[in-house]
Design a protein around this ligand. Structure first.
Ligand code: 13P
Length: 337
């Protein structure tokens, strides 16, 4: 029995390598309309398409962003949207040497039969949607599912998360999109770092089991893990060195070196914390490109600085570039604060 490989195999490897390039990482700007609404509300703006467009225009057109950012994950609306000056958002990214990506999952819903856990929807119709996204200029995809430590995680929740990610990854590769595999282990809880480590090992073992079973080509995927940290409500805090030690130990035990890039999520860490932790992980050579795919840890200050005012766009872009550069340096292990 031979299994057909994706006809996009060479292109997938090239795309993944381009995203996992030295000193660069991903800008996650794929907040769903609901999440984007929360961000806009925090600066007193209404959640209108015009406001989302104005904000995303600011992000994609920050001058020189491509020096630090190799890929940008978009929500579907943005993939088909123009900037406020009428250029396609996708074209602006490509001109900046940034690969456009697309969030393809349809969000989380309650997982029946579990301990109040969730599962991620979006497999139905994913193949034709992925083909259409490729036509529109996307070259990579993201599927975010979550695992909760305080609620378990149950065997069922872990298996469902891993299986969904693997099916999505195979479908993405079939349609020319490099899949970002993201089983986020939520920070919520008062558990210590050892418990997070144990859960992460279980989750990644299962994810790679099903990725292999679904004949996913490891050279053409990217991972988006959570860093191994104590729960957000745990009294014992961890230093960047401890986070790096635990996280690298997890990666070495679970992730084959064929995988080109590990692009961490920030998951509620502060901007500086996310940078320091990444920097600590890059103090010695790793088998994979160890980098970032941050949303909040790249955008928080930028969003505040903008505040919805056209006259603040330049300053807000400068703030975005400062965070992007800091994380670029951290990817190289050269961030000094
Ligand atoms: P944060 O970096 O804000 O956790 O978001 C990354 C992301 O895209 C989560 O899916």
């Amino acid at each position: 029995l031979t299994v057909r490989a994706s006809s996009y195999a060479d292109e997938l490897v090239k795309t993944a390598k381009a995203i996992a390039s030295p000193g660069r990482g991903i800008l996650a700007m794929d907040e769903s309309n609901a999440t984007c609404g929360k961000r806009l509300a925090s600066i007193g703006l209404e959640n209108t398409e015009a406001n989302r467009q104005a904000y995303r225009t600011l992000l994609v057109s920050a001058p020189g962003l491509g020096q630090y950012i190799s890929g940008a994950i978009l929500f579907e609306e943005t993939l088909y949207q123009t900037t406020i000056d009428g250029k396609k958002m996708v074209d602006v990214l490509v001109e900046q040497n940034i690969v456009p990506g697309i969030k393809v999952d349809k969000g989380l819903v309650p997982l029946a039969g579990s301990n109040n856990e969730s599962w991620c929807q979006g497999l139905d119709g994913l193949a034709p949607r992925s083909a259409a996204y490729y036509q529109q200029g996307a070259r990579f995809a993201k599927w975010r599912t979550v695992v909760s430590i305080p609620n378990g995680p149950t065997e069922l929740a872990v298996k469902e998360a891993a299986w969904g990610l693997a099916r999505y990854a195979a479908i993405s590769q079939d349609n020319g999109l490099v899949p970002i595999v993201e089983p986020e282990i939520l920070l919520d809880g008062d558990h210590g770092i050892d418990r997070t480590f144990e859960v992460a090992k279980k989750v990644w073992a299962e994810v790679f089991f099903y990725l292999a079973q679904n004949n996913v080509m490891f050279e053409g995927i990217l991972l988006k893990p959570s860093m191994v940290t104590p729960g957000a409500e745990c009294k014992d805090r961890a230093t960047p060195q401890q986070v790096a030690d635990y996280t690298l130990s997890l990666l070495r035990q679970r992730i084959p070196p064929a995988v080109p890039g590990i692009m961490f999520l920030s998951g509620g860490q502060s901007e500086v914390e996310a940078t320091l932790n990444l920097n600590a992980m890059n103090q010695a050579p790793n088998p994979w490109h160890v980098s970032f795919s941050y949303a909040r840890a790249l955008q928080n200050t930028c969003l505040k600085k903008w505040g919805g005012r056209p006259e603040n766009v330049k300053d807000a872009q400068e703030v975005l570039l400062i965070r992007a550069k800091a994380n670029s340096l951290a990817q190289l292990g050269k961030y000094t604060g």
